[in-house]
Design a protein around this ligand. Structure first.
Ligand SMILES: Nc1ncnc2c1ncn2[C@@H]1O[C@H](COP(=O)(O)OP(=O)(O)OP(=O)(O)O)[C@@H](O)[C@H]1O
Length: 253
């Protein structure tokens, strides 16, 4: 079943060339779809359009068969609950003045009325925070610390815990490991893969790193200068018919 369908999406900032140019794809429920491309090719713009953080010029985006550009303010709240995003820089995503436990509870408080949790259960704030910290393999006493008192890898796990806390359908992972060292990168990618299965999540995994994308994703899309130039299943990564640009990305693996 298609969770997300994007048809001929185009986004132009002012008069420049399109940042996203006639992009079409489908993301199926339960899959990790990778989106790879060099800096400035339009990956984050596409993500912002999907979240309706950015208006687009033409085309359509359907999430669970609803055209998202037609959602009104009331319908937008459940949409925002259903698609969460994890950004590259966890330090910027966490409020430095809030203890980790207060940051973790924030999405639950915000979307309380829209939630039908099936994996996590809310009995008390403390018990809920404990479940979340355990889900991302962090010590449960970490909730009493501030973001500057934990490591970068731990901070990224906290932002992942925030994203999964409200059990969204789709998580957009926008370069989620770019700020981490190689060891932490591997550990976070492994955790994300496990969570996708346990919580039956779907991911759009955005990265300039084809190695990370191919490790995580069942299907891979390649973007260049706003256009999707190649789409294929992971088993077809090294196939002869790949676009020359994809082959170039493979050669710098
Ligand atoms: N708010 C904006 N106003 C004008 N142009 C923008 C804006 N945001 C992005 N752009 C331009 O749109 C193009 C795509 O940028 P975008 O940030 O989507 O690329 P990206 O692939 O996510 O890059 P990176 O990997 O470096 O984050 C770039 O040419 C960028 O300069």
């Amino acid at each position: 079943m298609s969770l997300l369908t994007v048809k001929h999406l185009t986004k132009i900032y002012k008069e420049g060339r399109p940042a996203v140019n006639n992009v079409s794809f489908e993301l199926k429920k339960g899959e990790c779809l990778g989106l790879v491309g060099e800096s400035g090719c339009g990956k984050s713009t596409l993500a912002r359009c999907l979240l309706r953080m950015e208006p687009f010029d033409s085309g359509a985006i359907y999430f669970k068969e609803h055209a998202i550009e037609q959602l009104n303010e009331r319908q937008l709240k459940p949409h925002r609950k259903n698609i969460q995003i994890v950004f590259q820089n966890p330090a910027a995503a966490l409020n430095p003045k809030l203890k980790i436990k207060d940051s973790l509870i924030d999405p639950y408080d915000q979307y309380r009325k829209e939630l039908h949790l099936s994996h996590f259960s809310y009995t008390s704030k403390e018990a809920f925070v404990k479940q979340l910290l355990e889900a991302v393999e962090l010590p449960t006493d970490l909730g009493d610390r501030y973001p500057h008192e934990i490591s970068g890898g731990q901070r990224q796990r906290v932002t992942i815990a925030r994203a999964i806390s409200i059990e969204p359908d789709l998580i957009i992972l926008d370069e989620p490991t770019a700020s981490l060292d190689v060891i932490s990168q591997g550990a976070v990618l492994r955790l994300l893969t496990e969570l996708r299965t346990t919580l039956r999540l779907s991911y759009l995994f955005i990265s300039h790193d084809l190695a990370a994308v191919s490790q995580m994703s069942q299907r891979i899309m390649v973007m260049k200068a706003g256009k999707l130039i190649d789409q294929f299943s992971r088993s077809q990564l090294f196939a002869e018919e790949r676009d020359p640009y994809t082959k170039e990305l493979i050669s710098i693996f």
